[in-house]
Each structure stands twice: as structure tokens, then as C-alpha cells.
Design a protein around this ligand. Structure first.
Ligand code: P6P
Length: 335
């Protein structure tokens, strides 16, 4: 008898923790796990097929879309459509949300928001990429078609969130609000196996992760924070793929940040399908996620593809950023 705990077994076991659980959420998580295995297969062979390289179109954010993005997006939508548990999706690759109107999903209670393949600009150079997802209860009546308000919910309303990390191995990390657990794909048996139980981030750290090339365009408080990291001889680690940088931060401690700048006043990263799900996971692991002034999960969304500055990681490091931002605001108030 092995002591392997597969993702499916774990989800079913944990479902018993939720008195109200009717199995719908468990089914949805298992379907996302299935999609992740298929995307993993395609990502891992991308270098061999002609799938690598640029698709013709661009996504809502104006990013050049890679073919793997399109494949991952279509695959996730297909899996979610077949699950019968999802009544609508929103994705980086679709300008607007997509109602799911299959017969089995008519009474579905969940909507899913995802970035099918984040960091896709790294595909051609074989650097880690990831899928990020957030799950919410719908807020409109089940007999109606989904609408904006089902998707423009605050991050605190998430029922579950996770990411699939296509790195040296493929990992699925998720939370349903009771801690964070990580599963590593064993291709020999085609199963995600529990490998990181109850992930907890160190309270403080000495790794900072940012695209320091933007330094001159950042507000003074963030320039001061970066210089503090330099003066303390912190390690600087930056992969340029949010899932990879946040995953390392979650496991080793530290801080990842993508601030606002004079050229991008709202930062670069998207609230609904990058920052909110990763913030939920980080908080569940004992970390913090802020835009420098407020908790990411408290931000009131106004549009599907809106961006936000983000500082995410060890609580003491995120709190230091917020202190510096507040001190500058105090100075401006009394200037
Ligand atoms: P920059 C990838 O394109 C992405 O959306 C995130 O995964 C990553 O953190 C960020 O952009 C990298 O941006 O400006 O450093 O290339």
C-alpha cells in the first residue's frame, strides 16, 4: 500500500470538511485538474510541435497571443463546459465573459475566472509558465444568464483559487479557504500527488523579486523600499513569469512586486485572474497581498481586465512597503 494521496482523493476527503458541500466544487476542482494534465502534456512537448510561436491575434490586454495560450484557453473552457458545475467563465484570452449554457450546467452555481497560460512570452525560451484560476459562487439567479456582477466580485468572495505551475515539474497548488496544498504531477501514473501539505510562507524573508528596470518610473516610496533591499544585500530573483515568482516566494519567503509606474499608473498585472487568486492563496499561507495602500482582496473590481499594482509575500516585507507608502502620503498631507 503506498502513502500517495492523489488530488482526487484529497478533494473528496476534504469535501467532508464542508458540511454544505454537495460535491459541485469538488467536481469543478477535479475538472480543472484534468485540464491541467492535458495542458501540461502540450506545454511539455511544445518545443517539438509547431505549436510554439505566435498566434495571429492579440488578447484583450493587447498582448501578442501565443498558440499555447489559445490551446490552454480552449481546453479549459471545454473541460469547464463538460463539468456541468460552471455557468460562466472569464479569461485573459476573451474580451468579455462567456456564459456556459450546456444542458448540464443550467443550474450550476459557480463561475471561473482564469489566465490560461500566464507568462506566455517565456514559452519560446522554455522558461516556466502557469495557469491561474479563481472560483466564485454566481450572485445572479440560477435561472438567468450570468452577467457582469457575477464576475466583478471582490477577491474576498472567492470560494477557491489555485495555479498550475509548468516548471521543472508540473504542480497544482490550491486553496478552498482552509490552507494551501500543493500536488506534483507524476506523469508515470498521470496523477497529481500531494507533495506540499499545508504550505506556510515564512513571516519575513531576504529575497525581493521585481523588474528593477522600471525603477526610475516608480513612486519614491517604492524606490526607497528597493534601495532598502539593496542596502541589506537581499537576493534579487526575477523570472518574469508571475506564477513562478510567486510560487518561489510562497515556498522560500520574500516579496514579489509589480508596482505602478509613470507609464503604467495601474501597474501591469490583472486583478481578477492574476492578483486576486494568488492573493487568496498567499493569505491562506499566512502571507499578505496589497496594492501598497489596501488589501488586494478588498479591491472593488470595475472591469474584467483591470490592472493593479501588487506587493505579495512575507507579511513583514509587505507591511514595510505599506509603511513607506503611508509615510510619503503623510508628508504630502502636511506639505
Ligand atoms: P515584465 C508575463 O507576461 C506577466 O504577465 C507576468 O507573468 C509577469 O510577472 C509579468 O508579466 C512580467 O512583466 O514587464 O517584467 O516583462
Amino acid at each position: 500500500m503506498t502513502n500517495i494521496v492523489t488530488l482526487d482523493e484529497f478533494i473528496i476527503t476534504r469535501q467532508k470538511d464542508f458540511a454544505y458541500a454537495s460535491g459541485e466544487l469538488s467536481g469543478l476542482l477535479r475538472d480543472i485538474g484534468l485540464a491541467a494534465k492535458i495542458v501540461s502534456r502540450e506545454v511539455n512537448k511544445a518545443g517539438l510541435a509547431d505549436i510554439v510561436g505566435r498566434a495571429k491575434n492579440e488578447n484583450a490586454s493587447g498582448d501578442q497571443v501565443q498558440k499555447l495560450d489559445v490551446m490552454a484557453d480552449e481546453l479549459l473552457i471545454a473541460c469547464l463546459r463538460n463539468s456541468g458545475e460552471c455557468c460562466g467563465i472569464a479569461s485573459e484570452e476573451n474580451d468579455n465573459y462567456v456564459p456556459i449554457k450546456s444542458k448540464s450546467s443550467t443550474n450550476a452555481d459557480y463561475i471561473v475566472i482564469f489566465d490560461p497560460l500566464d507568462g506566455s512570452s517565456n514559452i519560446d525560451v522554455n522558461v516556466s509558465i502557469g495557469t491561474i484560476f479563481a472560483i466564485y459562487h454566481r450572485v445572479t439567479d440560477r435561472d438567468e444568464t450570468v452577467s457582469d456582477e457575477d464576475f466583478l466580485q471582490k477577491g474576498v468572495e472567492q470560494v477557491a483559487a489555485g495555479y498550475v505551475f509548468f516548471g521543472s515539474s508540473t504542480m497544482l497548488v490550491y486553496t478552498t479557504g482552509r490552507g494551501v496544498n500543493g500536488f506534483t504531477l507524476d506523469p508515470s501514473i498521470g496523477e497529481f500527488c500531494l507533495s506540499h501539505s499545508d504550505i506556510t510562507i515564512p513571516d519575513d524573508g531576504n529575497i525581493y523579486s521585481c523588474n528593477q528596470g522600471g525603477f526610475r518610473k516608480w513612486e519614491p516610496a517604492i524606490q526607497d523600499y528597493t534601495e532598502e533591499c539593496l542596502n541589506k544585500s537581499f537576493k534579487m530573483r526575477y523570472i518574469g513569469s508571475m506564477v513562478a515568482d510567486v510560487h518561489r516566494t510562497l515556498i522560500k519567503g520574500g516579496i514579489f512586486f509589480y508596482p505602478a509606474s509613470s507609464s503604467s499608473p495601474n501597474g501591469k498585472l490583472r486583478l481578477l485572474y492574476e492578483c486576486n487568486p494568488l492573493a487568496f492563496i498567499m493569505e491562506q499561507a499566512g502571507g499578505k497581498a496589497s496594492d501598497g495602500r489596501q488589501r488586494i482582496l478588498d479591491i472593488e473590481p470595475t472591469e474584467l481586465h483591470q490592472r493593479t499594482p501588487i506587493f505579495i509575500g512575507s507579511p513583514k516585507m509587505v507591511e514595510r512597503v505599506e509603511e513607506l507608502v503611508a509615510s510619503y502620503e503623510l508628508e504630502e498631507t502636511f506639505a
